[in-house]
Design a binder for this molecule. Structure first.
Ligand SMILES: Nc1nc2c(ncn2[C@@H]2O[C@H](COP(=O)(O)OP(=O)(O)OP(=O)(O)O)[C@@H](O)[C@H]2O)c(=O)[nH]1
Length: 322
């Protein structure tokens, strides 16, 4: 814009266009700088769109059609689509087309060719530029969603994976402290490990083991309304319980343990029974992800060492928790 401002003022003597480009050019530079610093607000987008639209529309209104300023209008539909999304972008595209088409019709030289021809050509090119951007954007969104699914989900069970847990963990650490939150209603984690899963694989085969992992995930997701179930290792799962006191977390873990103990996993013409050991840990702010997993594993192995098929709460015994 700054280049065009110089061009319009010095060479073409179009003072008003030059000043407009200078003002909006500086404004846009400011918005880009804020975006670079990550300090943009939603209304900055509207300001950017408004200023670019006026900067393109005004020379089109003033200058001779042969100067070619109409070509710049073709950039606006993709810009709208990218900046404010498909629906609002289409609305802006249609809205702008009215004044543009009227001006184009009036300005077309009907002595040398019919003005409707330039209008039709412009309409097609103008809306096609929006359609191409829209198709590209929707495809891009679909691909990003698919990639995100692949990056954050375990491919076998469909449960969230360690990357996803790390993301949750980082978000938890960044969340400001709630001064009204009761200390006993903080975030608790259940680390669930299938007992003697190696023998299940050895006895019934790896495919049966896989089927049990899938069924087990479904069972955990059912009990947690499909929220916050992570597969963090081969036969190790983690459930996040938000706003649970110690007793509630223990009761929940115990109900899961009993549920799994009483479930018959029917797979590959076999009826298989398994049990789980569950460690409960409290999520503490400021703890590193690595440190957290170390503590969680320690709690889980305490449960394993006490004989398996039970719930263990950190360094405390179960009776202390109740
Ligand atoms: N079928 C199947 N097995 C898996 C998968 N991931 C890990 N495993 C198996 O899980 C078993 C884990 O064995 P261990 O770590 O010895 O634990 P365990 O036999 O459950 O014994 P404890 O945990 O001490 O009760 C190994 O045999 C792994 O091969 C998987 O995706 N599918």
């Amino acid at each position: 814009m700054i280049f065009f401002c110089f061009f319009n003022i010095v060479l073409l003597k179009q003072l008003s266009i030059g000043i407009l480009e200078a003002v909006f050019g500086l404004l846009n530079l400011g918005i880009f700088y804020l975006a670079y610093q990550g300090k943009t607000k939603p209304w900055h987008k509207c300001l950017l769109l408004g200023s670019i639209t006026i900067t393109v529309l005004y020379p089109f209104y003033l200058a001779d059609l042969r100067a070619g300023s109409i070509y710049w209008l073709l950039l606006l539909p993709p810009l709208y689509c990218l900046l404010v999304g498909a629906k609002r972008g289409l609305f802006c595209t249609i809205l702008l087309s009215f004044p543009v088409l009227i001006l184009l019709f009036i300005k077309s030289d009907s002595e040398s060719y019919f003005s409707y021809r330039s209008v039709i050509n412009f309409v097609l090119a103008y809306f096609l530029s929006y359609a191409i951007c829209y198709l590209y954007e929707t495809q891009y969104d679909k691909n990003s969603q698919r990639l995100q699914e692949m990056a954050f989900r375990d491919p076998l069970t469909g449960a969230k994976n360690r990357h996803s847990l790390k993301l949750f963990f980082d978000g938890f650490n960044k969340k400001p402290l709630d001064p009204f939150q009761q200390e006993e209603e903080e975030t608790r984690l259940l680390i669930i490990d299938i007992d003697y899963f190696k023998s299940v694989n050895d006895e019934f085969g790896h495919d049966a083991g896989d089927a049990i992992l899938i069924e087990m995930t479904e069972l955990l997701q059912y009990h947690t309304d499909n929220q916050h179930v992570y597969r963090i290792g081969g036969e190790e799962f983690l459930i996040v319980l938000e706003q649970y006191c110690q007793k509630q977390a223990y009761n929940f873990a115990e109900s899961i343990r009993q549920n799994i103990e009483n479930t018959i996993f029917r797979t590959h013409q076999q009826n298989i029974k398994i049990t789980v050991s569950i460690g409960i840990a409290q999520l503490i702010k400021g703890q590193s992800f690595r440190e957290f997993l170390r503590v969680a594993d320690k709690n889980l192995y305490s449960a394993k060492n006490q004989g398996r098929n039970l719930v263990h709460y950190g360094a405390m015994s179960v009776t202390e928790v109740i």
